[in-house]
Design a protein around this ligand. Sequence first.
Ligand SMILES: NC(=O)c1ccc[n+]([C@@H]2O[C@H](COP(=O)([O-])OP(=O)(O)OC[C@H]3O[C@@H](n4cnc5c(N)ncnc54)[C@H](OP(=O)(O)O)[C@@H]3O)[C@@H](O)[C@H]2O)c1
Length: 349
Amino acid sequence: MSLTPRMDILSRDRHDFTTSLLNQTEQPDEPFGYQTRHLKNIAILGPGGNVGSAIITELLKDGSRFNITAITRQTSSYTLPPDSNITHKTVDYTSASALEDAFRGQDAVVNCVTGGVTQYDPSKLIIDAAVAVGVDFFFANERLPESFVGAKARIREYLEELGKKGKITWVSLNGGPFFDMWLMKGPAGFDVANRRARIYGTGNNPLRWTPLPTIALAAVNMLRNPEPIINRSIYICPLLKITQNILLGTLESVLDTKFTIEYIDVKKINENAKNALERGEPMKAMKGLAVSNQFYEGDGGNDFSHLVENDVVGVQIMAVEDAVRDAIKRYEEDYKAVEGMYKVEPCEV
Ligand SMILES: NC(=O)c1ccc[n+]([C@@H]2O[C@H](COP(=O)([O-])OP(=O)(O)OC[C@H]3O[C@@H](n4cnc5c(N)ncnc54)[C@H](OP(=O)(O)O)[C@@H]3O)[C@@H](O)[C@H]2O)c1
């Protein structure tokens, strides 16, 4: 199938999207009384993390358009990017009044704190503080479904309720696993430095993954032009067709070498993880569920292709080879996978 017609549509939409952004930059308020939401003061929670730092890199491309406030814990070792005008505040995440002080005057709060701590009560405290001081726009940190880790589904429900009552506008962004992190750190089944691969099951289950810079681009486009995306979750997927086998072939071709391959029984990984979950041991089940969710046709849960709205947030389709080259360039080709992420075996039950 030729990709040309689809690419034409996407590039036309991209042009329209870019044009509307440029117009908005020049004329933030419509001349005939219709107020376009214009987000200027942006607070980023967890600015030094994977997502937070990528979003800040993208925000800084707009020069003085955004006033960025980086909010960290008091114990944080975060340092501001050199030569930036970012304001740095520390906060006690357990104190409503401290959170309110930190959020006062902000148009948007972008939550990029680490996933494992995204529990309901601390997240509600953050959201309620934003509501209390009149923050207009709350960017939730989520990758759903993630119901066995944290409480992102409940947090989404709470935001939906607040959105309906007009208390705050919320958004979230989902692009599946981060392509570059999964490819290079091990969960994708590759140890690039040692040229080894673990192929789970057939290796042919379609994957919907997004590189982190594309996540950041989409997130910042949502801040640049919020009207089309308010009070809903946006799904993106810039890679049209990837599987583990396609990734293996692409890595071998880009690195001009052969990988040593081990074939893994993903059905067994899935069964044991589900047993552990049923027994109330989610931590034990977590890795197995993550792997089988992506790679096991018999119980996969990674198909959100019917929800994808790339054009709404200015995301272009990219070639798998480009994504692989970008990831290798960012991590370097002798990057060793993290063994605990690379080697996922059936958990003991
Ligand atoms: N789709 C994917 O493949 C994927 C991959 C990774 C992450 N994610 C999601 O993206 C979001 C951000 O993840 P990330 O990888 O960017 O996070 P991260 O780098 O692990 O951490 C981000 C920041 O969270 C802060 N933090 C850590 N523990 C905290 C605590 N107990 N309370 C408050 N803040 C704490 C730290 O900031 P300070 O110490 O400076 O305050 C840290 O720099 C999460 O929702 C995660 O689930 C998705």
